[in-house]
Write a protein that binds this ligand. Structure first.
Ligand code: AMP
Length: 571
């Protein structure tokens, strides 16, 4: 269905075109015709970010009667943020309509200008329940001609304790008014409101009941409690383009994490209930302008928060009320974009993930906390992207350019790139290369994993195993050294590395795998006093094979001592 097939007025179609909405979203395709058809009440189960505002806003604007000067539509929503956003959206939709008055009424701001605006006459009121109730008590709002009432994010309004205000407001609007209720979930309290105030409502479910947005991928990583913060930093470093929200459970935790991130040089600030409205506004303004890229927030503070294009939601701790997870993850994957919601859990929290999986009806994928080497690679790729996109300012380095060129005379483009990348990689490895593995438990078998493998596409990678592990002092950097010593091109991009006590699994591009195995077989290499063996993972354990071979050779002798190894190498 197209917007032009819905019976919308040319003025509204003009507004839609200006916003560059090409196709109605599923909720719009279902709800707009239903509202325009008749005055029947409607309950729509739909997530945030699915285009709900236009779904109820367009038909309501279309049905306004120009001769009436008291409010004809009332839209109630949980937060000031959302209230202002809806009012802004309605203004954009009706930009080509003549003289439509839309008023946002919300708490935390001076009530007097809102009262004055209301007395001048408005067509549509968008309000938070507390402030609206206040105005009604002062008898400063006339709802006698209200034709449509929208309860947007009804579950959130009830979660936030607005039930009494809602009941009072709903009793003040005419019985004949059409009621439209939008909710991401349908808890008992919401069902009770629909029973009490709505008449035979049409029920519409867009997507599955209680389901998270389809384009959100849900992942979790298992870490020890003490490693939560370092794991968070690794994730932020691994995704250099991250623009997201880190959810914490308490105000204190929120503030602590934001402070630590700030001290560690990240662009992060907190959003929680201890902030004044002015502080909240300041933080949100910076977040929208991307002066900060991480918002560290409590569930309550982030309710109704309306920011598009978030790439990640990080659940630093899972919410006590597991239902809140739906709201958290629904902040990403909006307007058809893809998003990722990552939960950091400890070993005793698997059951919570299982529970959320069940209510959400969507699977969680176990992922790893990125290793130092993976982060270095990701950062290097991001740097290369910036390098390819930058347009150098004229004049800035023109003076020294001839000297630079002279110094690098005779160096080919590939060679220059290799040297540059190698310098950068080593600089990063100095910081990250020695960092320990933070994963508290091994990953599930390949295929159920996410993380770096998805970025570099696991299907292009082969998993190899080397007979060295933590007890031999193997680190990612040392592994890279071994690989580079065997691979003459020094060009193999090593992917995920999982170092266990006895051996280490690592990914290399499939095309390079056999060459590397052969390389190790042909060029005897030693490390920590033992012959290094590499094989494909799952095709026999190289450590065991190594032991057997040694046993056959030496009639059961154990590992060669480092001293003997040296002697052997010299001969
Ligand atoms: P909402 O759920 O109403 O907050 O909408 C989420 C985002 O989707 C907002 O940024 C809207 O501007 C955008 N949006 C809504 N409808 C459409 C559409 N039909 N095409 C493209 N973007 C849309």
């Amino acid at each position: 269905m197209k917007f032009t097939d819905m019976g919308l007025s040319p003025e509204l179609l003009d507004g839609i075109a200006r916003l560059k909405f090409e196709q109605p979203t599923p909720v719009q395709a279902t709800v707009i015709p239903a509202i325009l058809k008749d005055q029947r009440d409607l309950v729509a189960l739909a997530q945030t970010g699915t285009g709900k505002t236009a779904a109820f806003g367009l038909p309501i604007l279309q049905m306004l009667k120009r001769e009436i000067k008291t409010p004809q539509a009332l839209i109630l929503c949980p937060t000031r943020e959302l209230c202002m956003q809806i009012a802004r959206d309605l203004e954009h939709f009706s930009a080509s309509m003549h003289g439509v008055q839309i008023l946002a009424v919300y708490g935390g701001a001076d009530i007097r200008p809102q009262l004055t605006a209301m007395s001048r006459g408005v067509d549509v009121v968008v309000a938070t329940p507390g402030r609206m109730h206040d105005m009604l008590r002062r008898r400063r709002a006339n709802f006698a001609r209200i034709q449509h009432v929208v309860l947007d994010e009804a579950d959130e309004m009830l979660n936030m304790g607005f039930e009494e205000d809602l009941q009072a407001i709903l009793s003040d609007v005419p019985d004949t008014a059409q009621k439209l209720l939008f909710s991401a979930t349908m808890p008992k309290q919401v069902a009770a409101i629909t029973r009490k105030y709505m008449k035979n409502p049409e029920e519409i479910t867009v997507g599955t009941r209680n389901a998270g947005a389809d384009n959100v991928r849900h992942e979790y990583a298992v870490v020890h409690a003490r490693d939560r913060y370092p794991a968070l930093k690794r994730l932020v470093d691994f995704y250099p383009e991250m623009y997201g929200i880190v959810f914490c459970r308490t105000r204190q935790e929120t503030q602590d994490i934001a402070d630590r991130l700030g001290r560690d040089g990240y662009k992060a600030e907190s959003l929680h209930g201890d902030l004044t409205q002015a502080q909240r506004d300041r933080v949100m303004k910076k977040f929208r302008a991307r002066e900060i890229t991480m918002l560290v927030a409590t569930d309550v503070a982030a309710r109704g928060l309306d920011v598009d294009n978030l790439t990640h939601i990080i659940n630093y701790s899972l919410p006590d009320e597991l239902g809140s997870y739906t709201h958290r993850s629904g902040r990403t994957g909006r307007a058809g974009k893809n998003g990722v919601s990552i939960a950091l859990i400890n070993m005793r929290e698997h059951y919570k993930v299982k529970h959320i999986e069940k209510t959400l009806g969507r699977p969680f994928i176990q992922r790893s906390v990125p290793s130092g080497i993976e982060i270095c690679e990701a950062q290097l790729l991001a740097l290369m992207k910036r390098l390819s996109e930058v347009s150098p300012e004229p004049g800035l380095i023109d003076d020294i350019l001839p000297l630079l060129c002279k110094n690098l005379e005779g160096v080919s483009r590939e060679d220059l790139l290799r040297r540059f990348a190698s310098l950068e990689l080593h600089r990063m490895l100095d910081y990250y290369g020695k960092e320990p593995d933070l994963n508290a438990e091994p990953l599930s078998p390949p295929g159920k994993r996410a993380g770096r493998g998805q970025r570099a596409s696991d299907s292009d990678m082969a998993e190899l195993v080397i007979n060295l592990g933590k007890r031999n002092g193997l680190s990612p950097k040392k592994l890279m050294g071994l690989v580079n010593a065997v691979d003459r091109s020094s060009n193999i991009a090593v992917g995920r590395i999982n170092i266990t006590q006895m051996q280490t699994y690592f990914n290399v591009p499939s095309a390079a795998a056999q060459g590397l195995i052969d390389g190790f077989a042909q060029k005897p290499t030693e490390f920590d006093g033992r012959d290094v063996r590499v094989a494909r993972a799952g095709q026999g354990d190289p450590a065991k094979r190594d032991q057997k071979r040694a046993a056959r050779r030496k009639g059961g002798a154990q590992r060669r001592s480092p001293e003997r190894s040296k002697q052997r190498r010299r001969t």
